[in-house]
Design a protein around this ligand. Structure first.
Ligand code: FEO
Length: 170
C-alpha cells in the first residue's frame, strides 16, 4: 500500500508528465508554423512519449491501491525564438524533470517503499537518455549555424527519426 504522501507525490508527477506532453505539443505547433515539418513530427512524438510516462505512473498508482486525482495542467509557452531555442528549452525542462524524479526516489527511499524505488529506476534511466538526446540536438543546431540548406537537411532527417533513436546508437 502506498502512503498518502507517496500517492500525492506520484499524482503530482502524473501532472508534470502531462505538462511535458502539452509543452512539447506547443513546440511541435511552433515548428509546424515555422516551416519545420520534420522537427514538428519529432516533437509530436516526444509529446506522445510524455503521455506514456504519465500513464506508467497512473497505472502504478492504481495497481498499488492508490487513488488517481488528475490536476490542472498549466499553460505552456507557445512562442520560441528559434529551432535551437526549442532544444535548449527541452534540455532545461528535462533537467527539471530529472530533479523531480530524483525527489520522488528520495521519498521512496525515506519511506522504505521498495516497489516504488524499482518502478522509478526506469524513469531515472529514461532521464539520462532524455538529457543526452536534447544535448546532442543542441550541438547539431550549433553546427547548422545560419545555413538554411543545413537546416533543411536536419529537419528532413529529424522527420524520419524517433525520439531516443538519436542516442540509441551511441
Ligand atoms: Fe517524461 Fe521527458 O520526461
Amino acid at each position: 500500500m502506498l502512503s498518502e504522501k507517496m500517492v500525492k507525490a506520484l499524482n503530482d508527477q502524473v501532472r508534470d508528465e502531462l505538462y511535458s506532453e502539452y509543452y512539447y505539443l506547443a513546440m511541435s505547433a511552433w515548428c509546424e508554423e515555422n516551416d519545420l515539418p520534420g522537427m514538428a513530427a519529432f516533437m509530436a512524438l516526444k509529446s506522445s512519449e510524455e503521455r506514456t510516462h504519465a500513464m506508467k505512473l497512473y497505472h502504478y498508482i492504481l495497481d498499488r491501491g492508490g487513488r488517481v486525482v488528475l490536476q490542472a495542467i498549466a499553460q505552456p509557452p507557445s512562442d520560441f525564438k528559434s529551432h535551437c531555442h526549442i532544444f535548449e528549452s527541452m534540455l532545461e525542462h528535462e533537467k527539471l524533470v530529472t530533479g523531480l524524479i530524483h525527489n520522488l526516489y528520495g521519498l521512496a527511499l525515506e519511506e522504505k517503499d521498495y516497489a516504488t524505488q524499482v518502478m522509478l529506476q526506469w524513469f531515472i534511466e529514461e532521464q539520462v537518455e532524455e538529457e543526452k538526446e536534447a544535448t546532442e540536438l543542441i550541438q547539431q543546431c550549433k553546427m547548422i549555424g545560419d545555413s538554411e540548406s543545413a537546416l533543411f537537411l536536419f529537419d528532413q532527417k529529424l522527420g524520419s527519426t524517433s525520439p531516443g533513436e538519436e542516442t540509441a546508437a551511441n
